[in-house]
Design a protein around this ligand. Structure first.
Ligand SMILES: C[S@@+](CC[C@H](N)C(=O)[O-])C[C@H]1O[C@@H](n2cnc3c(N)ncnc32)[C@H](O)[C@@H]1O
Length: 215
């Protein structure tokens, strides 16, 4: 089956990620040369489109469709999850068991000096929505480790990073916003960093994306 026929069928199942995954594939479509996708946190449940997103499967099918030598790397700390992932993706996806920060820091094993990551997709350490700091710190460490391997054209996508607002209800029970919208979940600290370095906001849905993170 043609990739886009398959992809259009799964878009509805992707639910809250549908719009952002579509924009991510649209972005990759603008790349003429072979692309490199680096993902943290691999597919761990078969057919969990609405729950986790099945990102590894989508990227695998997409690079198969390109058939131009594009590569997908994925890393997960849990060997059982890597086994499940390997059972559904093709051998085009290089999946390893390791801590993601350590794995990314050694990407020079797999990339030539001139090769840069086209899509950095961060979705590892599960977020505790009531205390997102640990998870968001881990994702910031992943971005830190990836800096030597990205350039201004790299698209960074962080999963589970919706808008976070603070407010209260007035006497008529109307919601009053008391703070400018920020980003929560896995993207909480990456968003602060991206703002500080003047990165370009590419999209903000349930997932968040930036470009121009480096000069
Ligand atoms: C939300 S799941 C990934 C879902 C997948 N991206 C998808 O769309 O189906 C998060 C994964 O991150 C992994 N993980 C947690 N901490 C990690 C770490 N320090 N390094 C690498 N992987 C980690 C977990 O084992 C889990 O499989």
């Amino acid at each position: 089956m043609n990739f886009f026929d398959w992809f259009n069928n799964v878009l509805d199942k992707l639910d809250k990620r549908s719009v952002s995954i579509k924009k991510t594939i649209d972005f990759l479509e603008t790349k003429k040369d072979p692309i490199i996708i680096l993902e943290t946190g691999c597919l761990r449940k078969i057919d969990s489109f609405t729950g986790d997103g099945q990102s590894t499967l989508i990227f695998d099918k997409y690079v198969q469709h390109r058939n131009d030598g594009s590569k997908v790397f994925s890393v997960d700390i849990n060997p059982a999850h890597v086994d499940i992932c390997k059972s559904v993706v093709s051998e085009r996806v290089h999946v390893e068991v390791e801590d993601s920060v350590r794995f990314i820091s050694k990407m020079d094993r797999y990339l030539d000096k001139k090769e840069k990551i086209s899509l950095l997709y961060l979705d590892s350490f599960d977020v505790n929505w009531l205390y997102p700091f640990e998870s968001s710190a881990h994702h910031l460490k992943e971005l830190t480790a990836a800096i030597p391997y990205i350039n201004k054209d790299t698209l960074l996508v962080v999963d589970d990073a919706p808008i976070a607002m603070q407010g209260y209800r007035d006497e008529k029970n109307n919601f009053k916003l008391i703070k400018n919208a920020s980003i929560g979940g896995k993207g909480y600290l990456i968003h602060e960093y991206a703002q500080s370095v003047g990165a370009e906001f590419y999209f903000s849905h349930y997932q968040i994306a930036y470009k121009n993170l480096t000069k």
